[in-house]
Design a protein around this ligand. Structure first.
Ligand SMILES: Nc1ncnc2c1ncn2[C@@H]1O[C@H](COP(=O)(O)OP(=O)(O)OP(=O)(O)O)[C@@H](O)[C@H]1O
Ligand SMILES: [Mg+2]
Length: 353
């Protein structure tokens, strides 16, 4: 079989990327070994946006370098576009890499080349003719909304524009996968939105599969279909963005999901709430908000009073969700009985006293 057999993975019948028990350990002479990626398994399907979120040092960049073969696993297997990278020769690996575009935090543009030359660079390396390059660059600059900047140099562009050039360059050779490593971390909130909308269009209009790694919840919320939460080299939570973020259960280990959402009371909020409200504090998921409202409406039937003490809604690519914290006042047995009713309406988490 020719190395082009990897094109089969495009059909969308299997995962585009598959990690099985992948560990990457760095051994330095002076310090003890560090497993930057530690026994990680996940799959990314054709056409989806897969987000990886975690604090600094969690292993996100190492994970991305394992996808494009810049790192090799110490153990476990990495399969990309139907090819098991672990067993590939350098030349076969280069072939897979050509089908992966990469977007960087610091843009990594050539300052001495204009926008058109930056975008056309990978095509030059891939041996496209001048005419082919010109057509493709024009098309790409149109797509990212920078047709009028072809002759500009990177230093003449804003951060958001630079990143749009970075994305155009990453898309130039029509890759199957786009890897984005902190693609918006160097940008302010308004340009972040502009870059995220562009990544979303690349996914929706060009059908490109995206793996976006980030420490910003905003990135996950607005573009990801599924998310993995990474901590200390491991994936500690994984699932649909909606499910992971709307789960009342907070990641025991990192608290990452909980801490990034605005709808859960902080320790400071709790001190304030406790000074003014008595009663049992519980947090309710608003995933089925109508059911929760109805259940709250029946509190009186149980002889229980409730007071809403904290809450908020969050929006993701596909849905909205939120959490509501209420203080329940009444006889202990009545509150207990009423809690049963609330649990029928959805997940309930007791706020520790
Ligand atoms: N080449 C290397 N040699 C030794 N240790 C490394 C190497 N690359 C990464 N590490 C270590 O592995 C861990 C994970 O690093 P990595 O860069 O993957 O994290 P990250 O999640 O991308 O962090 P950040 O958000 O700061 O970019 C860190 O403890 C780091 O020091
Ligand atoms: Mg990193």
């Amino acid at each position: 079989m020719s190395s082009d057999s990897s094109a089969d993975a495009r059909a969308g019948d299997g995962p585009l990327i598959e990690f099985r028990g992948v560990t990457r350990t760095f051994t330095n002479r002076k310090s003890s070994p560090v497993s930057a990626v530690d026994d990680v398994s996940f799959t990314v399907n054709t056409g989806e946006v897969f987000g990886v979120i975690g604090f600094s040092g969690a292993g996100k960049s190492t994970l991305i370098r394992l996808i494009n073969g810049l790192e090799r696993p110490t153990s476990g297997s990495v399969t990309v576009l139907g090819q098991q990278l672990t067993t590939l020769s350098e030349s076969r690996l280069r072939h897979v890499r050509k089908r992966i575009g990469m977007v960087f935090q610091q843009f990594n543009l050539f300052s001495s080349r204009n926008v058109a030359a930056n975008v056309g660079y990978p095509l030059r390396v891939a041996g496209w003719t001048k005419d082919q390059r010109q057509d493709r660059v024009e098309e790409l600059l149109e797509f990212v909304g920078l047709a009028d900047k072809a002759k500009s140099y990177p230093e003449q562009l804003s951060g958001g524009q630079k990143q749009r050039v970075g994305i155009a360059r990453a898309l130039a050779a029509k890759p199957d996968i786009l890897l984005a490593d902190e693609s918006t971390s160097a940008l302010d909130p308004s340009t972040t939105g502009e870059v995220l909308r562009l990544l979303r269009r690349a996914n929706e209009e060009l059908g490109i599969t995206i793996v976006a790694i980030t420490h910003e919840m905003e990135v996950i919320r607005s573009i990801a279909d599924r998310v993995a939460v990474m901590d200390d080299g491991r994936i500690v939570e994984e699932g649909l963005v909606y499910d992971v973020f709307s789960s009342v259960r907070q990641s025991e280990k990192t608290g990452f999901v909980g801490s990034a959402l605005k709808d859960r009371p902080t320790a400071e909020d709790l001190r304030r709430i406790r000074s003014t409200s008595s009663g049992r504090l519980v947090t309710l998921s608003l995933k089925n908000s109508a059911t929760v409202s109805a259940a709250l409406g029946r509190a009186g039937e149980y002889g229980v009073r409730f007071e809403i003490v904290h809450g908020g809604m969050n929006t993701t690519k596909n849905a909205s969700f939120g959490l509501l914290t209420v203080a329940l006042d009444g006889e202990a047995a009545a509150v207990e009985k009423y809690l049963e009713e609330l649990r029928q309406a959805g997940p309930v988490q007791e706020v520790s006293q």
